[in-house]
Design a protein around this ligand. Structure first.
Ligand code: OAD
Length: 271
C-alpha cells in the first residue's frame, strides 16, 4: 500500500507539472462492479462463472454470433439484467469525467456496454465504445435496423425480437465474438496512441483483442499505468510500467487526493 501511494503521488505530481496532457484511458468491467454490474472473469462473481442455468457449450457462447443464431434466449435473459438504466456511475467513472474537464483526457476507450461513462458526463466524442452498446439494434441476417423501443420491450418481457423485414433475429449492436469492432475504434486507436503520453488501464483483464492491443501499441514516450486488482496483459514487460493493485475506486480516490481533486470528485459522486 505504501508503494501504491508513492506511485500515485508521483503520477499526480507529473500531471500537475504538465507532463501528461494526452491521457488515454482504457477500461473494462472492473470499473462497474461497484455499480452492481458483475464483471466477466472474476472468480465466483464473474458472469462467465454464473451461466450454469443456460447450459451453454462454453461461457463465451452467450456472446457468440453463431451460437446466438441457434439459440438467442440466453443472451436476452442476460441482457435483461445488464440493460442500461438501472445502474449509477462509480467514483471511477466520475474521475474520468474530471480528467476530461481538466483538459487532460484525449480519449476514453471502454469495453463496457453499460454506458456509465456517458451517464457520468464524459462527452460522447471522447468515448470509444469498443464493444458497442445497447443503443442500436440490427437484424443479424439482413442487417436492417430495428426500433429500439420494440427491442427494449422484448428484452423486458423476455421475448426474442424479430426483424420486420426477414424475421431474422435482432440483436443490440453489442460486439459479439465473430463480429468486428466499430470502425471508430480503429480510427481512434492508431491516431490517439501516437499522441498518448499516459496510458491509464483500469478494471480490465486485457484478455480480449483487439482492445488489448491499445496499451501494447503505446509508444516509448508513453507512460503506462495500471489500476486493477491483478497484473494483466503485458504490464511489467516494460521497465517504466507502473502498477497499483487494489480496488479501483479507492485507488482513484487516492490519486484525486494527490491531485487536489477530492472535493470535485465528492461533489460529482454526491450529486
Ligand atoms: P473481465 O471480467 O475479464 O476483467 C475484469 C478485471 O477487472 C479483472 O482483472 C478484475 O480483477 C478487475 N476488477 C474487478 N473489479 C475490480 C475493482 N473493483 N477494482 C479493480 N479491479 C477490478 O472484464 P473485461 O476485461 O472488461 O466482451 O472483459 C473484456 C471483454 O470480455 C468484455 O468486454 C466482454 C467479455 O467477453 C464482449 O462481450 C465482446
Amino acid at each position: 500500500a505504501v508503494e501504491n501511494e508513492k506511485i500515485l503521488k508521483n503520477v499526480a505530481d507529473d500531471i500537475k507539472n504538465g507532463k501528461y496532457k494526452n491521457i488515454c484511458v482504457m477500461v473494462g468491467a472492473g470499473i462497474s462492479t461497484a455499480a452492481g454490474i458483475p464483471d466477466f472473469r472474476s472468480p465466483k462473481t464473474g458472469i462467465y462463472h454464473n451461466l450454469q442455468k443456460f447450459n451453454l457449450p462454453y461461457a463465451e457462447a452467450i456472446f457468440d454470433l453463431e451460437y446466438f443464431r441457434e439459440n438467442p434466449k440466453p443472451f436476452f435473459e442476460l441482457a435483461y439484467e445488464l440493460m442500461p438504466g438501472r445502474y449509477m456511475p462509480t467514483p471511477t467513472h466520475y474521475f474520468l469525467r474530471l480528467m476530461n474537464e481538466k483538459g487532460l483526457m484525449l480519449r476514453c476507450f471502454t469495453q463496457n456496454i453499460d454506458t456509465l461513462e456517458r451517464i457520468a458526463g464524459v462527452p460522447e466524442d471522447k468515448i470509444v465504445e469498443a464493444h458497442g452498446s445497447f443503443q442500436y439494434n440490427r437484424c443479424i441476417e439482413c442487417k436492417e435496423m430495428a426500433d429500439s423501443g420494440y427491442v427494449r420491450h422484448c428484452i423486458e418481457t423476455k421475448d426474442v425480437p424479430l426483424c420486420e423485414k426477414c424475421k431474422g433475429y435482432v440483436k443490440p449492436t453489442i460486439v459479439f465474438y465473430g463480429e468486428g469492432l466499430p470502425s471508430r475504434f480503429f480510427d481512434c486507436m492508431y491516431e490517439d496512441m501516437e499522441k498518448c503520453d499516459l496510458a491509464l488501464v483500469i478494471g480490465t483483464s486485457l484478455l480480449v483483442h483487439p482492445f488489448a492491443d491499445l496499451p501494447e501499441i503505446a509508444t516509448e514516450n508513453c507512460q503506462r499505468l495500471l489500476i486493477n486488482r491483478e497484473v494483466v496483459g503485458d504490464f511489467s514487460e516494460r521497465e517504466s510500467d507502473l502498477m497499483v493493485l487494489g480496488d479501483c475506486d479507492a485507488l482513484v480516490r487516492q490519486l484525486c487526493k494527490y491531485l487536489d481533486w477530492e472535493k470535485d470528485l465528492d461533489e460529482l459522486v454526491k450529486a
